[in-house]
Design a protein around this ligand. Structure first.
Ligand code: G3P
Ligand code: CA
Length: 244
């Protein structure tokens, strides 16, 4: 099963082995051989882009409350690692710019927008992408396709990726109906088979199913010819690809 072209995409970094969406998780994923990192963003009270999966800080920090109600300074004071293990107590919620500064451009970043669209979000995200020169090493994804279309119209060089968990008649046509130049499809992994993947890839789309952790499922996705695999265990996937 040689498949050197499939990207290993670390989900929230290496979320299976480190506190998700923290710098330690991103560093670990890169050390384990990830080609790309997936992360989630929300807006703080003043509009900073904060890397966190949930709308609140309750599950993954020692604080409580909605990210949208807290300032970046308040958010940075929280412990974002101890919930996963006492050795991670010094981890903070990263700001998106910290990740852009940390991660070399050779490692792609998949920024998933979790918060609703706002003009402020659009302005800050595009400003950071331009400032850090990351327009061609980031793909911005969301389950909210309208948000992606708005961003793409504002910045045509932006790479956008459609996330979806519902069964669709045609993966390729899902991209076509946005009316925009979509870079990638991010389906829940059980929704695809080899024919869907081949059809989408032939039309120039990247296919990055999420989130695949079990060896059998990883093997199936590789055999289906996907362009990348989003996994909590990038090290496992890298080993599997190296072994075969
Ligand atoms: O981007 C793929 C995957 O992360 C989407 O689901 O809930 O893990 O953000 P979720
Ligand atoms: Ca995500």
């Amino acid at each position: 099963m040689k498949n050197q072209t499939t990207l290993v995409i670390g989900h929230r970094g290496a979320a299976g082995e480190a506190p998700e969406n923290t710098l330690v998780s991103f560093r670990l994923a890169i050390r384990q051989g990830a080609d790309a990192l997936e992360l989630d963003i929300h807006e703080s009270a003043e509009g900073e882009l904060v890397v966190c999966h949930d709308e609140t800080v309750n599950r993954t920090t020692n604080g409580s409350g909605r990210i949208a109600d807290l300032s970046a300074e308040e958010l940075k004071r929280l412990d974002a690692g101890s919930w996963f293990g006492p050795q991670f107590g010094s981890e903070q919620l990263p700001l998106l710019q910290e990740v852009f500064a940390l991660v070399p451009p050779a490692v792609m970043i998949n920024v998933e927008i979790k918060c609703p669209y706002s003009a402020r979000l659009e302005q800050r995200l595009l400003e950071l992408l331009r400032h850090y020169g990351r327009l061609d090493s980031v793909v911005v994804s969301s389950f909210d396709h309208k948000t992606l279309i708005k961003l793409k119209r504002k910045e045509p060089a932006l790479r956008i990726g459609l996330l979806y968990s519902a069964n669709v008649a045609s993966h390729r046509q899902l991209a076509a109906i946005t009316g925009e130049d979509v870079y990638s499809l991010h389906p829940q992994y059980k929704l695809i088979d080899a024919d869907d993947v081949a059809d989408a890839v032939r039309s120039g789309l990247q296919v990055y199913p999420f989130t695949i952790n079990k060896e059998n499922d990883l093997r199936q996705a590789l055999a289906a010819g996907v362009s990348g695999i989003i996994t909590d265990f990038p090290g496992r996937l890298r080993e599997l690809m190296n072994a075969d």
